[in-house]
Design a protein around this ligand. Structure first.
Ligand code: 9Z3
Length: 305
């Protein structure tokens, strides 16, 4: 398996990397000037794994960025500055509340010919819009997009290295669903794979684990939270502990695919804490990300002392 350094050496940088580095740098420089500012990098959504250089086909995963986009909103509510590193066209803070596929159903044309928001949507939209505008005016949200695994890892490294200058005022909240397998650039066909060549056999390599480099070198003083996803609940705690021992970061949030919206487990080397939504909380529309972020904000306050 290639190590992190080999991966970056052999994998072309995404277009616009330099421009994104500049934006992230400017955002962090501004944060440094605000007293007590805390900056969290939230990663969100799934990475694609292209099968061809001129990509027609790619492997994808289930994540649409609910966890990341909701968590980003709650961090913003707590006054954090948020770098939202997300999969293009996945859910985003605030706009996630709009009915994406039925946007036109929210609008109507008034008797005067003006475009209006329908009465039944006004209250919700006003609340969301107010929060969004305030965050925009305060310059506390930076949006950065990725699509492929390579884009994501290059941007994660760049953002982490820039955040190093923030010391322990930086948090990383790695909720993106990142592929474990990929086709290295030098083993990928340039052109569209032809069905006339017969059935397709794929050979994918392991993506090097980046967390070790991230914790040791890229952003060593930050509060780093990774996620562990399993479909077998029995594996969750052990896997989370293994990751903590190996990468020596602060916390792993374990979740099971089928129950992830209602329960997660916060694992550190010292303790294990389950966070759950009660039935009444689910019914009232509460999101588990609110509880996760509240919990992290408290833990982070201890970390920064
Ligand atoms: C997560 O476990 C996230 O909570 C989800 C959120 C991806 C499940 P949705 O976008 O889903 O709200 O639908 N993210 C981390 C997944 C991951 O790639 N973890 C790796 C692993 O488990 C390495 S850190 O090994």
């Amino acid at each position: 398996m290639a190590d992190a350094a080999d991966f970056f050496y052999n994998t072309p940088e995404p277009a616009g990397l330099k421009a994104n580095e500049e934006r992230i740098k400017l955002f962090c420089d501004t944060a440094v000037k605000r007293s007590n500012a805390r900056v969290v990098l939230v990663t969100s959504g799934g990475t694609t794994v292209p099968l061809e250089g001129n990509t027609v086909r790619f492997i994808d995963n289930f994540s649409i960025g609910t966890r990341g986009s909701a968590s980003a909103e709650y961090f913003l509510k707590h006054g954090y500055l948020v770098i939202f590193l997300h999969r293009a066209r996945s859910l985003q803070p605030y706009t996630r509340h709009l009915p994406h596929t039925k946007l036109l159903d929210v609008l109507e044309i008034g008797n005067d010919g003006k475009l209006n928001v329908k009465e039944e949507h006004t209250e919700k939209l006003r609340t969301v819009l107010k929060k969004y505008k305030q965050v925009q005016e305060e310059g506390r949200l930076l949006m950065v997009e990725f699509t492929t695994l390579a884009d994501y890892l290059h941007l994660l490294k760049a953002a982490s290295c820039i955040m190093k200058s923030l010391g322990n005022r930086a948090m990383l909240y790695l909720a993106a669903a990142v592929s474990d397998f990929y086709i290295p650039a030098d083993k990928m066909p340039l052109h569209k794979i032809q069905s006339s060549d017969g059935p397709l056999k794929l050979s994918l390599e392991l993506v090097p684990k980046m967390l070790e480099a991230l914790v040791m070198n890229w952003v060593p003083e930050a509060f780093v939270v990774s996620f562990k996803l399993e479909t077998d609940a029995d594996l969750l705690k052990d896997k989370a502990c293994q990751a903590l021992k190996k990468y020596k970061h602060e916390l792993v949030i374990g979740n099971v695919l089928m129950t992830r919206k209602n329960e997660v487990v916060m694992v550190t080397l010292k303790d294990t804490e389950w966070i759950r939504l009660e039935t009444s909380e689910v019914e009232s529309g509460m999101e588990i990300e609110e509880k996760i972020v509240d919990n992290l904000v408290n833990r982070y306050a201890q970390f920064c002392i």
